[in-house]
Write a protein that binds this ligand. Sequence first.
Ligand SMILES: [Zn+2]
Ligand SMILES: [Zn+2]
Length: 281
Amino acid sequence: MIEIVLLGTGSPLPDPHRAGPATLVQVGGTRLLVDTGRGVLMRAAAVGVTAGMIDAVLITHLHSDHITDLNDVITSRWVTSFAPSPLVIIGPPGVREVVDGIVAMLRQDVCYRLDHHADLSWEPPVEVREFIEGVCFTTADATVTAAATDHRPVRPSVGFRIDAGEHAVVVAGDTVPCSGLDALCAGADAIVHTVLRKDLLVEAPIQRLRDVVDYHSSVEEAAQTASRAGASTLVLTHYVPALTSADEPEWRARATAHFDGRIELGDDLHTVRIGSPGRRT
Ligand SMILES: [Zn+2]
Ligand SMILES: [Zn+2]
């Protein structure tokens, strides 16, 4: 069974009810954190997951809202470990520069804590792997494969497929429909896709909001991607504009028009299980 927890379903705009983009994928004893948006460890704590329990952080792209709290993951893991425990961070080329910058930014904090704690003698250990294509991480429970997506002018961007036994889940990240994503999704059980409502955003009175429609998938486009893949479940997240309970039927209907499988959407911590009946929210 693969468990998907939508830790953060928000957008770049701060929202009192939605954390920034982040998705937890758990399979067996393996915990994979895809993106590290605002408040990620607060939401992870709600499901009993700490920074020290994460096997790998998978970064889809380097837009700020997807990496806002990567520094918190690095720091929290370090200060709560009693032996060096490198944090594996996998992302597209450029992620090493970002992580190097975060570690540099933490320099003073690292010095304070090294000076203060006699039993803490190592700096935050990170193991960065830059990937665009191919198998990028394996555990006894799961194999993670990366593939290029299309979020131009953000380049490169990647999606991740997690295979575990007979089941597979793809976390697409921000992308328009593209052949790379289609290949990654083919035959997967579930597609977790960031979405926006283009029908609403094209009417926005602010050009900067209208700008975002050209490099994201709409609800309809995400549904079409899931349909082409033959997936049984589509999980929508990263709602722009923010999803309200009153709007939920409309979002669902727009997906249903293009995809006849199970459609999951909701608030932070919404949980979807693949490979066993039922779901928990
Ligand atoms: Zn983005
Ligand atoms: Zn985004």
